[in-house]
Design a binder for this molecule. Sequence first.
Ligand code: ADP
Ligand code: MG
Ligand code: ZN
Length: 679
Amino acid sequence: MFDQDRLLSTVFGFDSFRPGQAEIVEAVIRGENTLAILPTGAGKSLCFQLPALARDGLTVVISPLIALMRDQVRALKAAGVSAGALTSGNTEEETDEVFAALHAGDLKILYIAPERLASHAARDMLKRAGTSLIAVDEAHCVSQWGHDFRPDYLRIGELRRALGVPLAAFTATADAETREEIINRLFDGDAPTTFLHGFDRPNIHLSLQAKNSPRKQILEFADKRRGQSGIVYCGTRAKTETLSRALNDDRHTACFYHGGMEAEDRRIVEGRFQREDGLIVVATVAFGMGIDKPDIRWVAHADLPKSIEAYYQEIGRAGRDGAPAEAFSLFGSDDVKFRRQQIDEGVAPDDRKMADHARLNALLGLAEALECRRKNLLGYFGETEVTCGNCDLCDTPPETFDGTEAVRKALSAILRTGEYFGAGHIIDILTGTLTDKVRQRGHDNLPTYGLGKDIDKRTWQAIFRQMMAHDLIRPDPARHGAFRMTQAARPILRDEEKITLRKDTIKSGERRVAVKTLVSEEDAPLLSALKAKRRALAEAARVPAYIIFNDRTLIEMAEQRPDDLDAFARISGVGAKKLENFGAAFLEVINGDAPEEQHPMRRKLAGRATGSLYDRLLEVQVQLARGECGGLKPLSCSASLLAKVAELRPASQDMLTRILGDKRAERFGPAFMDILQDG
Ligand code: ADP
Ligand code: MG
Ligand code: ZN
């Protein structure tokens, strides 16, 4: 449909839909109930924002987080869309402004916090305001089993019934359980048109590394990425503070964030992260859903996340703008123990605990994977057609060895000591290390004593870590983390199955993975200059940098080097409003001088074929201003008249005359027709 392509380019500045968007947009415009499950960064917002503009009436957007709503409203306004938000974070003026726009009937998109739905007044107000569509962002918040449950989301079904309008729900969480709950609670069980899209985020480079000296590993990683915005996730609050200090000592700008901080302090960090370029936030998972920053260049894990879903969600915060981004995660034996204990000691029913262990196992399988991370990760979500070349294992395949013999020795040492000890003691037995504990218990008399001498302690630790990861052994919470063999280990113990293990890849300082730069060396200085301009404009307007343009748009500018407004308008992310507001400033950075002033009518056509048609019409018009022989009274067409001719492309002299009027048609008609017919 022509209309939505036009909105896509003129309002949002994108020249094509991302995978999945077009179908969803069409269904929502048609007024169908829809449920769209698309990964983070896929561009879900556009799937309700664009239909809101294409449809009559008001679209109400329900979203769980105030900061997130405010940013989206700001971004929409920057694109020239009439949008507003009603949240508890509003100033009085902001609220007044929203109501004024509602009364005037020219508000197209209204963001509203779910708490507001509790009042009848709000529902009546939405009815009177001519609401024609409800969009629910982060729809998984209706799921009571999920971690982001919002009780107020349960009122949305009621609102839909009261207004009797279509509803479009969006989420990145795809598991069948959550999906079913969404359908029950938001659509009263009537299956909506459902879109389920791929989970690959090809622009994120994946890498996981065994912990060696974790602080040093994180500092080295951050050191090569100075000036980029990143998040470091930690397992504990205390660690966020110490690691943030270490980063600051290393001349980074970093701050910490966790659930134990005052709400006000947390908001300050959220605000800074959103606005500043190149800030590192060291955080617990409390730093989560509220972040909607498209230009996070990397996410690191100083500790292993709790499940493969958590890993996916956390790394997914990087690179939403589609430009290259990185995920770098550390894992170690302590993490595995910690996560297992967390599950075992939790209050969930037993079948939940089993499921949680399985999710952790999936993540550990990813950590110890022998080939492509992406295949492994997406395989978990049921995707089989995966191409990668953008992970550490595709970069450098790991060295492996047949670990069957070593694992059997370890299992037998564990069994012979009554499944009563942790890795340290068992490794002492295997390597024949005569400690007091070994002597006291008489473990130097075991047949397994010294049986693993040929392998050093460090390698044994890596073997134990991998045994945990393959879920062959589990720390037993009732026995202070002593290992117990699982069923999965039996075939190996009986020599019915073999197991391949990784040689540990980290021998400190080894294997430097080259840092991927955003642009070639040649374009890097221009990209920096464009970023500086963006920062200045963002500070002047008091908005986050990406509201001006996102990284991906700047990268394209640096690579394409547009030399006039037409070329500039063709850069992805440049819509009409941004072209007008910022085009000249950025062109000046790129070309060293400001572009020629253009008539506003002409500027509207920038980047389109109609624009160059206009230019040719203007050219002959100037030549013919005094007629063919130059002796006639001067005559010209206004810019809007020329734009009209260029837009409508009349097919005959008659039609042209109707646009131009007789006098002008007589002078310019034949020449214009020549141009129109050969273009
Ligand atoms: P999601 O909510 O699915 O995580 P967002 O709606 O926040 O994703 O969009 C992520 C980024 O993708 C934003 O920076 C947005 O401007 C950009 N984006 C969305 N649609 C397109 C498109 N068709 N072309 C280019 N960029 C897009
Ligand atoms: Mg979103
Ligand atoms: Zn790969």
